[in-house]
Design a protein around this ligand. Sequence first.
Ligand SMILES: [Zn+2]
Length: 402
Amino acid sequence: MTATAIHASRILTPEEEISDGVIVVEGGRIAALGHRDEIRIPTGAVDHVATGLTVVPGFVDVHIHGAGGHDFMEATPRALDRITATVARHGTTSLVATTVSADIDETCRSLAGIAQYIRAHEKEANGAEGAAEGVPADRGLAAEILGVHLEGPFISRVRRGAHPSDALATPTLEAFHKLAAAADGLVKILTIAPEIPGALEVIAAAVEARIVVGIGHTDATYEETRAAIQAGARHAVHFYNAMRPFNHRDPGVVGAILTDPEVTAEVIADLIHVSGPAIQVLIGSKGFDTVLLASDGIAATGMPDGNYRLGNFEVNVKDGVARNAEGKLAGSTLTLDRALRNVVALGVPLVDALRMVTVLPARRLGVAGKKGILAVGADADLVALTPDLRVAGVMTRGAGLA
Ligand SMILES: [Zn+2]
């Protein structure tokens, strides 16, 4: 198997900074990395020189609905190929395919399509590793789908945002198990409003199934949120958006999340969904270790303004801002490279901002060591950044970065 040796002016793993570094990639994984004096490059390795660039891990998106004109709810191989290829060009190398509230049977059909796609890719990757000649099927540059994020239907009618009201459902174990089974055990995140009757029982079942429970689209009080955390919820979905707002005598869900160090909060850092100072308040309260940047990107991501679909409804995109027919924000056209630049522009140190799109989401999803980090044995998912944090090259599991 041919190895690739990537020579970079700087590597941010991001837990460590290496100047004049080399990363050796073999079979889709990182075989070695370190300062150029420490690394023995295998004979016959193809050199890739990234002079003047910083190589960082590929970004991990915990909340994304689509890109490149397609929505995950379409769930056809063509749609999923298109989405994963589009975001990869912006540095996202793995993601969790996010649904939007729809009829349960219809959602199940989408989940089955996504699960089938993931399983087919797993098989292919395993087959390639086992092959004698070891030539992995070159799928080109594409983000890996790690699983599914169920955003709805167990959300608050009052804080539904753009989710259609007729698609919302009461949380029941029966509905939850039906969705989880349709996804073939690949649900990674469940967004739920903890104040709805039945929610705590579903939260406990999801935690039992090792699903990350995200508090979101919720009108929960401080006490109701505490009860959800007690039941095992450990994540907050697009923090501030579609949540009961903070009040100093009624801190609500926002107050409960800001004050709990165990709970991670994803934020849409497009500076449209949330203002810069509000992001600073979030980071100021929670520190650098529990804030994740998520895109909430929809089909319009990487596409011109116009009309797109999000699940079952139409969204109009003007100046890159996506709204439904009622004029409510309906996802974003944000990519994680832009989110990273926005947060750095707010004064967050680069390494800390990078961790918010790499190590921290990988840890929350239980794939630390494999994704979101440059380390021996990790998947060769990496991004070369220019000094102004533009994406100059991307590699997904050893493919790309030509
Ligand atoms: Zn949402």
